[in-house]
Design a protein around this ligand. Structure first.
Ligand code: NAP
Length: 244
């Protein structure tokens, strides 16, 4: 199987590449940079995409530009459709709640999902909750503050490695359409995750829950970022921190 990974140099992408190699698939990794094992290309300009897609059966599309996910996804779809021969299958990673939480980034992800669904290309689509690394980052960026500030809602973070595991399963099974959403093993308030972060870093700061008005926070508070039912992920946030 010939697989191209966009975003293969990123946090999730590195885990996906590792997992593909573990099942004897040596993927092509698209990056704007040059380096060993990388194929250089840019999803914004379209440069290098024809070469990157040559002979590829499946594209794991994980790249994110944060502000331009629709544009970079369209560039990928255009290049895939323009290619001679059978069209490659697109496996796309999105985020739980993109259709219900009015965050700019999420709107871009939703528009990218719709572009893929309407592209005429075979596709699989997986929505996952926030990664442990993102929750950690939120607290890590506050390391100079006298208190730790937490947003006023709950989260269900998941290990990026477990999302990678599911994506590689989708590559193998050839499943089409939107797969069941996946999330981590526990739902806790952001303040509770903050306290776990403090414990892991032997911190003594108070964790304070922010009061933030607005439709985006209301949608998070309503739980649109969570996956009800049996969780997919196994590694808890505390276990993730302990393994760092
Ligand atoms: N973080 C979360 O909590 C979370 C939760 C659910 C879903 N997701 C989704 O998972 C995916 C991966 O997220 P991540 O946090 O692992 O990302 P990340 O670490 O920020 O990596 C972003 C990747 O996108 C690539 N990229 C950006 N612009 C590009 C362009 N113009 N052309 C080619 N490549 C480009 C970068 O490659 P180079 O810099 O090498 O060019 C890099 O590999 C995203 O689609 C995100 O929406 C994330």
């Amino acid at each position: 199987m010939n697989v191209l990974v966009t975003g293969g140099t990123g946090n999730l992408g590195r885990a996906v590449v590792k997992r593909l190699r573990a099942v004897d698939i040596e993927p092509r990794v698209l990056s704007r940079r040059q380096g060993p094992g990388l194929i250089t290309g840019d999803l914004r300009s379209g440069a290098g995409l024809a070469e990157a897609l040559d002979g590829i059966d499946t594209v794991l599309h994980l790249a994110t530009g944060y502000r331009n996910d629709l544009d970079i996804t369209r560039a990928l779809l255009d290049a895939a459709r323009a290619r001679a021969g059978a069209a490659p299958r697109i496996v796309y990673i999105s985020i739980v709640g993109v259709d219900a939480i009015p965050l700019g980034y999420y709107r871009g992800k939703l528009a990218a999902e719709r572009a893929i669904e309407g592209s005429g290309l075979p596709f699989a689509l997986l929505r996952a909750t926030q990664f442990h690394t993102l929750i950690e980052q939120i607290f890590h960026t506050q390391r100079a503050l006298p208190v730790l500030l937490a947003p006023p809602f709950s989260a269900q973070p998941i290990a990026a490695g477990e999302v990678a595991e599911r994506l590689v399963e989708l590559v193998h099974t050839g499943a089409t359409g939107r797969a069941a959403d996946i999330g981590g093993p526990e739902v806790r308030t952001a303040a509770e995750f903050g306290r776990l972060y403090q414990e892991a870093h032997s911190g003594r700061r108070t964790v304070r829950t922010l009061s933030i008005p607005g439709a985006t926070v209301r949608a998070f508070r309503a739980g649109h970022n969570l996956v009800p039912g049996t969780p997919y992920g196994r590694q808890t946030f505390a276990e993730f921190l302990a393994a760092r």
